[in-house]
Design a protein around this ligand. Structure first.
Ligand code: NA7
Length: 293
C-alpha cells in the first residue's frame, strides 16, 4: 500500500521501517529534518507526504502535534482525497480524536485511532499490540499494515475508543507501579530485603506484569528510559482531562500525578517513569538496596 508515515520518534521510526520491510511504498516526514528510513521516500511537509497516499499514519507526541500535522499550515488536510484513511498511533485525547475524525469525514476520509503497547522493543521487532477505534471495514483494510507492525489488534469500538482504552490501560500501569514503589520504600524502611520481597510478590497473587517487567530494572537502580516519565506524565494528564470531561473522579491517579509533577521538578522527566521511586525514597530517607548475593 502507499503509506505516508508522519513522526519518526522512537516508536514511529521503527514502525515505518517495518512497513518498508513488509514491501509497502512508504513516504516519511518528521518535524525535525534529518531522520531517515532506509527504503522510504522523504517529504518536506505533511501535505507533501500525504499527496497520493492511500493511508496516512501518524505517531507523534501529543494532541497539539496531531492537530498541527493534520490541520496546520502545510498539513495533511491540503492533500485529503476521497477514500483515504488516517490512522493515528500517538496517544492523544479521545474527544479531540472524535473531532479530528468528524472534520476529515466531510472530505470522504476515514479515521482510525490505533494507539499501541509494547514499547520500543515491540516496535522494533514488530510485536506491538494495537487498541483500535474505527469502523470494521476500514480496520480490515488496514490489516496488512497492522500485521507488519504488530502481533495483535483489539478493536475497542468506534473512533476514539482506542484512545479511551489506552488511557484506561496506562492508568493501571501508573497505579500498579506506584503501589510497587511504595511497598518497596516501606519494606526497606522497615528492614525487609527488596529481593526477598520481589520473590514473594512473584509467588503470590500480588504479582503483575508491571512488577515482573520493572523489578529487575529497579533492583539494579537502572532508570534509563524504556517508557520516559515525561510521556507517562502526559498520559496521566490526558487521562485526568478525559475523566473530567466524563465527570469521573480518579483520586488515586490525581495523587500519583502530583508525584510525577515533583519528579519532573527533580529533573527526572527523561528517565524511566520507574524513577518516581526516588521521590518516595527521598521522603522516607531510605534507598531501596539489594543485598549482595
Ligand atoms: P518520541 O520518541 O518522543 O517522538 C516524538 C515524535 O513526535 C518525534 O517524531 C517528534 O518530532 C514528533 N513531534 C513532537 N511534537 C511535534 C509537533 N508539535 N509537530 C510535529 N511533530 C512533533 O515519542 P515516541 O515515538 O516514543 O512516542 C510517540 C507516541 O506514541 C506518543 O504519543 C507516545 O505516548 C506513544 P521531532 O523529531 O522532535 O521533531
Amino acid at each position: 500500500m502507499r503509506v505516508a508515515f508522519l513522526g519518526l520518534g522512537i516508536m514511529g521510526h521503527a514502525m515505518a521501517t517495518n512497513l518498508v520491510n513488509a514491501g509497502h511504498e512508504v513516504t516519511v516526514w518528521n518535524r525535525t529534518p534529518g531522520k531517515l528510513v532506509e527504503g522510504a521516500g522523504m517529504a518536506p511537509t505533511p501535505a507533501a507526504a500525504a499527496r497520493g497516499a492511500e493511508v496516512v499514519w501518524l505517531c507523534v507526541s501529543d494532541t497539539a502535534a496531531v492537530e498541527k500535522i493534520l490541520f496546520g499550515p502545510e498539513g495533511v488536510e491540503q492533500s485529503l482525497a476521497d477514500g483515504m484513511i488516517i490512522a493515528d498511533s500517538s496517544t492523544i485525547s479521545p474527544s479531540a480524536t472524535v473531532k479530528f475524525a468528524e472534520r476529515v469525514r466531510t472530505r470522504g476520509v476515514a479515521y482510525v485511532d490505533a494507539p499501541m503497547t509494547g514499547s520500543k522493543i515491540g516496535a522494533g521487532n514488530g510485536t506491538l499490540i494495537f487498541m483500535v477505534g474505527g469502523d470494521e471495514a476500514t480496520i480490515d483494510h488496514l490489516n496488512p499494515l497492522f500485521a507488519a507492525m504488530g502481533k495483535k489488534i483489539f478493536r475497542m469500538g468506534e473512533t476514539g475508543k482506542g484512545q479511551a482504552t489506552k488511557l484506561s490501560m496506562n492508568l493501571q500501569i501508573a497505579l500498579i507501579y506506584e503501589g510497587f514503589a511504595e511497598a518497596l520504600t516501606l519494606a526497606t524502611k522497615l528492614g525487609v530485603d527488596s529481593r526477598q520481597l520481589v520473590s514473594l510478590i512473584e509467588a503470590t497473587m500480588v504479582r503483575s506484569g508491571v512488577v515482573e517487567y520493572k523489578a529487575p530494572f529497579v533492583l539494579q537502580r537502572d532508570f534509563t528510559p524504556n517508557f520516559p516519565l515525561r510521556l507517562m506524565h502526559k498520559d496521566i494528564l490526558l487521562t485526568l482531562e478525559a475523566a473530567k470531561e466524563a465527570r469521573v473522579k480518579l483520586p488515586a491517579l490525581e495523587t500519583v500525578e502530583e508525584i510525577y509533577e515533583m519528579a519532573t521538578e527533580d529533573g527526572h522527566r527523561d528517565l524511566d517513569y520507574a524513577a518516581t521511586l526516588t521521590l518516595l525514597e527521598k521522603w522516607a530517607g531510605v534507598q531501596v538496596k539489594v543485598e549482595a548475593a
